[in-house]
Design a protein around this ligand. Structure first.
Ligand code: C2E
Ligand code: CA
Ligand code: CA
Ligand code: CA
Length: 277
């Protein structure tokens, strides 16, 4: 315990500052950030395990705060939802993606852009419908996009999300069920939903070669996805071992730090020209 207090003493000397507080953002902070368009997209590639082809990039929003710098979504998405501005944020993310796509269009084979959609945006028909004109006005079409919807609430909600998702699929958007495995969903309902992509949550992927339970879950996901004709995406692929295991077991697509961290739009073209599986 002397050693412990010595260590603690040293730590205090090395880290005189208290841990950073979670920013207590107010409704006014969030509103002004939305009005001033203080959000930018980072992008993380999704690549095919069999041949290394880039299937798409996922847009991951960051708040470029005038005082605090880059703020990650875990610190503000729930507040944006809480204060009722999530549709505005989703629209900004889509607008940014439509602009940013100019930076990589023509830099090889075309690929999709995945956008994270809050369940709150699937509560009424109007909002998602309002996105088509935006997309067409920039010379893109629904087939250029994947909408990722987190598993936790979608399958257990009532009819409205199912109806909206079905419409989106019919319009040509691809739909992904995100963070798969983190909720206790009624999996038998999965077949009612028009998801084309199943994204296994990264908690089941990282370290999969050392965990029998992760591997078991993963194989169950593969079987389920094959049954329903879905593409399987493994998130959180951090190591060569994870990658090799997924590749040898027939997973379709991988995403994670092993391939690339999320990067600014300006860096995508350079990443593409350097990428080799
Ligand atoms: P998500 O959709 O599951 O996105 C993946 C998260 O995992 C991202 O965190 C990404 O940076 C991180 N990640 C990717 N590869 C790895 C890896 O190999 N290892 C580890 N440890 N992490 C990895 P990020 O960007 O902080 O986003 C967090 C969450 O915020 C997202 O989780 C998503 O649910 C939400 N989010 C992000 N952008 C948006 C958005 O535009 N709209 C909405 N509604 N939610 C968003
Ligand atoms: Ca996602
Ligand atoms: Ca995810
Ligand atoms: Ca997540």
């Amino acid at each position: 315990s002397t050693q412990l207090s010595l260590m603690l003493g040293r730590l205090e000397i090395n880290e005189p500052k208290p841990p950073p507080k979670k920013h207590p953002f107010t409704m006014e902070d969030i509103l002004s950030a939305v009005e001033n368009r203080e959000f930018i997209n980072y992008y993380q590639p999704k690549v095919s395990l069999s041949d290394g082809e880039v299937k798409g990039v996922e847009a991951l929003v960051r708040w470029r705060h005038p005082e605090h710098g880059i703020i990650f979504p875990d610190q503000f998405i729930h507040l944006v939802e809480h204060y009722g501005y999530i549709n505005e944020l989703t629209r900004l993310v889509l607008e940014n993606a439509l602009d940013d796509a100019r930076l990589w269009r023509g830099a090889g084979d075309p690929f999709t852009v995945a956008i994270n959609i809050s369940m709150l945006s699937l509560a009424s028909l109007g909002f998602m419908d309002s996105l088509y004109p935006l997309i067409y006005s920039k010379g893109m079409s629904p087939g250029d996009f994947v909408f990722e919807i987190t598993e936790s609430r979608v399958l257990d909600d009532r009819r409205q999300p199912l109806e909206i998702l079905t419409r989106l699929k019919l319009k040509g958007f691809e739909l992904a069920i995100d963070d798969f495995g983190t909720a206790y969903s009624n999996l038998s309902k999965l077949s009612d939903y028009p998801f084309g992509e199943l994204k296994i949550d990264r908690s089941f992927i990282h370290g999969i070669t050392d965990s029998r339970s992760k591997a078991t879950f993963y194989h169950a996901c593969l079987a389920l996805a094959r049954e329903y004709g879905m593409t399987v995406v493994a998130e959180g692929v951090e190591t060569r071992e994870d990658w090799a295991f997924l590749k040898s077991t027939g997973c379709d697509v991988a995403q994670g730090y092993f391939i690339s961290r999320p990067i600014p739009a300006d860096d995508i073209a350079a990443w593409l020209s350097g990428w080799k599986a």
